[in-house]
Every structure is written in structure tokens, then in C-alpha cells.
Write a protein that binds this ligand. Sequence first.
Ligand code: PRP
Ligand code: URA
Length: 209
Amino acid sequence: MKNTFVIDNPMVVDRLTLLRMKETGTRKFRSIVKEISAFLAYEAAKELPMREVTIETPLCETTQKRLDVRDIAVVPILRAGIGMAGGFEEVYPDAVVLPIGIERDEKTKEPTEYYCKIPENISRYHCVIVDPMLATGGSIIYTIKLLMEAGARTPVVACILAAPEGIERVHAAFPDVHIYCCAVDSHLDDNKYIVPGLGDAGDRIFGTL
Ligand code: PRP
Ligand code: URA
């Protein structure tokens, strides 16, 4: 799939299997989500701008590259995205964090917004949207629209699991958005849950089962 990057590192595949297992409890689930998110943050860092700096090694002066880490905005979609934010903050410690409150309506499955505070200088940031689940794609599309209408550049998306239907829908609306994920699963069920999936990510992260 174009503009979709699956992290198939065995460490990630192994942790993802633990996340999928229904007997994995909240404490372990949370810590694995954070660990996997750090992997995603490293992968998504391929997109980050770099600047040239002149430094001195013990041997000579040389021009090398550094990341512009101050210009990253991590955008977790509440509430499950909060579970991923910690892993991203460890890898991008100077990033700003801009949570966006979006909840999928239980009946219609459409996203509804309940919190949004995007700074006026959003265009300076390289935005990375984080949410464990990209199911129908509605929540991600809504978030991309909010960011871009506020003046953001095309963001990157990082999720743990994605459904093919959701990826297609995001790319139909925003073909240039790069999606990083740990697996693309089979399909959505009648309830628009990802199959085989891992269940309700928010409930498993927050222990509200
Ligand atoms: C889940 C998930 C995504 C969304 C994915 O959140 O974390 O945000 O559903 O579904 P979509 O791709 O079909 O929009 P949910 O709305 O259940 O809220 P929560 O994080 O508060 O549990
Ligand atoms: N939200 C979840 O938490 N899980 C899914 O499978 C789909 C949406």
C-alpha cells in the first residue's frame, strides 16, 4: 500500500502478539503500548527535518547533521492516543504535545470532537498524529482536517493497528499522508472493530473494561 509503512521488526511483532492476547492485563498492556510507540517514533523520525552543523571531532572539523527536535508536535487523539504519547515523548523529549479530543459515536461510528486547542504557530511544527487504532479512518481524517485547517503542514500518522478500509479512506482524502503502523489487519467487523485486532484500545489502556 502506497504511503503506508509497516514496522515488521521481530521485537515489535512479538510485543504486538502480547497486546492482541485477551489475557494481557492493563498494566502489561500499557507498558507494551509505550514500548511499541517508541519504535514507531524512531521509524517516523525518518520524516524529520535535519540541519547541517559544523562540529569538531578530536581529529578535525567536520559538517554533520542534527535533528530539529524542537519543531515536532506529537498529536495524541484522546483518549487511547495518550497511551502512546509517553513512548513518543521519550524519543522526542523536546516535542510539544497537542492532544485532540475525538470520540467515535457508538451507534454511527462517526467521530465527534470534544477538545481542540491548536496553537496559532502550528505551521512551524512537524506534526505526528498518534492513535493506537486506525479502523474506519474517521478519527484520523477528522484530526488531519482540524490540523490542516488551522494551518499545519501535512502530518504523519502513527498507529499500532490499521484496517485496510481505514487506510484507503485516509488516502482517498489525503493521498500524501504517510501512515506508520505495526500491522495491517484483515478487515473490520459489523461493529467496525479491527479483526483480529486487540479489542478496545482505550478500555485496555485505561482499565475500563
Ligand atoms: C478509538 C481509537 C480511535 C478510533 C478509531 O477511540 O482509539 O481513536 O476509535 O476508530 P475510527 O478509525 O473508526 O475512527 P474511541 O473513539 O473508542 O475513543 P477512546 O480512545 O476514548 O476509547
Ligand atoms: N477502536 C478500538 O479501540 N478498537 C478497534 O478495533 C476499533 C476502534
